[in-house]
Ligand binder design. Structure first.
Ligand code: ZN
Length: 190
C-alpha cells in the first residue's frame, strides 16, 4: 500500500518528502526512491525563496519526483501569508506544467485554499495531507474537488464519510507503518 507522504520511511511503496536543497544528496543515496519535493511553508525565507523555487523548477521534471510539495498555507506560522501564497502559486504552476499531483499542508487557511483552487482550476490532484478536519469542512472541500491524505491522527466522523476514490494514506512524521494507519482508519469506517 502506498504511503503518499513520509519524512521518515524509504522504500518502493513510499513517497519520501524532501526540500529542493536536499534533492542532490537524497537522490544520490536513494536513486530508486520516489520523492515529493517542495518548500514547506514553515521553512520559507524571503531572501532565499526565489533561488529555492528556481532550484525546485529544475528538479520537478525528474522521473523520481512523483509529486510537488509539500507546500501550502499556515496561518499559525511566522511566515507572511503573502510569501506563502507566492510560493504556493509557483508550486501549483510546476504541478500543472509537469502533470504531477500537489501535496498540501493547510492550517487555518482552508478558505484561501478553496478560493485559489476555484480561481486556478487545476487539473492535477490537490491532496490535503494529514487531514484532521471535521465533516462539515470535509464536505466543503469535497465539493471543490480536493483529495485527502489521512495519517495516524484523524477525525473519526470525517473518515466515515470520505469516498474511497478521494482518499490517500500517509505516515508523515510518525514511526508507524502505512498499513497500521490504514487499518486504524478502516476500523472507524466499519
Ligand atoms: Zn509532512
Amino acid at each position: 500500500m502506498l504511503d503518499i507522504h513520509s519524512h521518515k520511511h524509504f522504500g518502493e511503496e513510499v513517497i519520501h518528502n524532501i526540500s529542493p536543497k536536499e534533492w542532490n544528496s537524497f537522490y544520490e543515496r536513494y536513486p530508486q526512491q520516489r520523492f515529493s519535493v517542495g518548500i514547506h511553508p514553515w521553512h520559507i525565507q524571503q531572501k532565499y525563496l526565489k533561488e529555492e523555487l528556481s532550484l525546485l523548477s529544475d528538479i520537478v521534471a525528474h522521473k523520481q519526483v512523483f509529486a510537488v510539495g509539500e507546500t501550502g498555507l499556515d496561518k499559525h506560522c511566522g511566515v507572511s501569508l503573502d510569501l506563502q501564497m507566492k510560493s504556493l502559486e509557483t508550486h501549483v504552476e510546476l504541478s500543472e506544467n509537469n502533470a504531477k499531483p500537489l501535496i498540501l499542508h493547510c492550517v487555518a487557511a482552508y478558505n484561501e485554499l478553496q478560493l485559489l483552487k476555484r480561481r486556478l482550476q487545476p487539473t492535477q490532484h490537490w491532496i490535503l495531507h494529514g487531514f484532521r478536519g471535521n465533516r462539515i469542512l470535509a464536505q466543503q472541500l469535497l465539493s471543490d474537488g480536493f483529495y485527502f491524505s489521512i495519517g495516524w491522527n484523524f477525525n473519526v466522523e470525517t473518515i466515515k464519510m470520505l469516498p474511497d476514490d478521494k482518499l490517500y494514506f500517509e505516515t508523515d512524521e510518525a514511526d508507524v507503518s502505512v498499513e497500521e494507519v490504514y487499518a486504524k482508519a478502516m476500523t472507524c469506517r466499519k
